[in-house]
Design a protein around this ligand. Structure first.
Ligand code: NDP
Length: 446
């Protein structure tokens, strides 16, 4: 990074957020792409856009007390970050995972600003969650936690102010409990959460959207470079919402997905993953991925997550969590012939891994563009709620497909315009940033 103003703002971010490495990592990546924008746009420097965009508009941290099945009081910490509302109400998911702390929520909220901007829909950036671990909890414990969480969160959200959604650990069940609690507290039936059940305002295709959208984006990127999913071997990490529907769409597009994982290990099935079984294990029975080999004798199970990147493949779709591909994993992918990495998870590649992709001329689809299909479809759910209408699966899927094509086109053309053709990471950062920056400038110093 050469632009003096950006160097100074980044230094300030580091000093102000000393114990939040994920947030600093996310800001550094975006600023490196914006070097050339800062050079060309002194008016944005003058308007203080760079200083303002790295500081959340509002952060809420709160106590979440709940009673477990043994009658014992448990206390978790809840977070909501309302990062930027320049182009629309705050929008972003709620993560329930023991690793959650302010640095994770802040990096996710920051990324969300640019992702939401790329979707072409009017949504600002937000994120939230808790260090609550849903694993091993009973249904009633989950419900009591969600109700307590919403007791505080309800004061800060609303259909025209801030609309949370799911993320790691927050699926349809948790959104249902939170929606019920919100409705009771506020006496208001509105589209205040997305990812709702189909019977009470949810959108068809929202469940599939992030995984499908990832494949639509990747397909565009492959086509622009003379390739396609057809007959390609694909490795996908995770076995949650994003991974499952990425597997389904990649398979529909002609690829063979040979591996999936969870936080304990990975499975390799050279015959292609049996997705019906994975859905049964993960969505219905909530079991570990290793159970897969009980009915598939040909498949292998390996403890630990990182080994999945040593499986030879053409295309890798990381769909589990942040920083899951480090430099060594990226080198292993490149050495085994992988030519494309496209991100379903948020920030799954370390900066060193991204360097390896570029050094090896691999196609790289960055998360904020490639996984934007989830939030885009949440935006479509908000539209349906406002209209009091429900669109068909096909109508939503078609809109999602159009949006992902558009996102790829924005990344491609911004990369070209700013002298970095084929660098879709730079293209995504620049295109996402410019729309928000223009709005911030137009609205004055707020
Ligand atoms: P889920 O909770 O449905 O699934 C997460 C998967 O990743 C599980 O298989 C989980 O394994 C695994 N995982 C979680 N944490 C770790 C870890 N520390 N190490 C290894 N594996 C881990 O979440 P989603 O599928 O919804 O989200 C996956 C990623 O996609 C996240 O980065 C999320 O932010 C991102 N994303 C999700 C969107 C959505 O619409 N759901 C939208 C855009 C991005 P286990 O079950 O063992 O914990």
């Amino acid at each position: 990074m050469k632009n003096q103003h950006l160097i100074e703002v980044l230094e300030h971010v580091k000093k102000r957020n000393p114990n939040e490495p994920e947030f600093i990592q996310a800001v550094t990546e975006v600023f490196e792409s914006l070097d050339v924008v800062a050079d060309r746009r002194p008016d944005l420097i003058e308007a203080g856009v760079f200083e303002r965009i790295v500081e959340p508009e509002r952060q809420i941290i709160f106590r979440v007390p709940w009673v477990d099945d043994n009658g014992k009081v448990q206390v978790n910490r809840g977070f909501r970050i309302q990062f930027n509302s320049a182009i629309g109400p705050y929008k972003g998911g709620l993560r329930l995972h023991p690793s959650v702390y302010s640095g994770i929520i802040k990096f996710l909220g920051f990324e969300q600003i640019f992702k939401n901007s790329l979707t072409t829909l009017p949504m600002g950036g937000g994120k939230g969650g808790s260090d609550f671990d849903p694993k091993g909890k009973s249904d009633l414990e989950i419900m009591r936690f969600c109700q307590s969480f919403m007791t505080e969160l309800a004061r800060h959200i609303g259909p025209d102010c801030d609309v949370p959604a799911g993320d790691i650990g927050t699926g349809a069940r948790e959104i249902g409990y939170m929606f019920g609690a919100y409705k009771r507290i506020k006496n208001d039936f509105s589209g205040v959460l997305t990812g709702k059940g189909l019977g009470f305002g949810g959108s068809l295709a929202r469940t599939e959207a992030t995984g499908f959208g990832l494949c639509y984006f990747t397909d565009e990127m492959l086509k622009a470079n003379g390739k396609s999913f057809k007959d390609q071997t694909v490795v996908i990490s995770g076995s949650g919402n994003v991974a499952i529907y990425a597997t389904q769409k990649a398979t529909q597009l002609g690829a063979k997905v040979v591996a999936l994982s969870d936080s304990q290990g990975y499975i390799y099935d050279k015959n292609g993953i049996d997705l019906d079984l994975v859905k049964q294990l993960k969505e219905v029975e909530r079991k570990r991925i290793k159970e897969y080999i009980n009915t598939h004798a040909d498949a292998e199970y390996h403890e630990g997550c990182s080994g999945i990147w040593t499986i030879p493949c053409d295309i890798a779709l990381p769909c589990a969590t942040q920083n899951e591909i480090d430099e060594a994993a990226a080198k292993a992918l490149a050495a085994n012939g992988c030519y494309c990495v496209s991100e379903g998870a948020n920030m799954p590649s370390t900066p060193e891994a991204i360097n390896v992709y570029f050094e090896n001329n691999m196609l790289y689809g960055p998360a904020k563009a490639a996984n934007a299909g989830g939030v885009a479809t949440s935006g479509l759910e908000m539209s349906q709620n406002s209209q009091r209408m429900a669109w068909t699966f096909e109508a939503v899927d078609e809109k999602l497909h159009d949006i992902m094509r558009d996102i790829f086109a924005q990344c491609d053309s911004a990369a070209k315009e700013y002298g970095m053709p084929g660098n879709y990471m730079a293209g995504a950062n620049i295109a996402g940033f410019l729309k928000v920056a223009e709005a911030m400038k137009a609205q004055g110093c707020v």
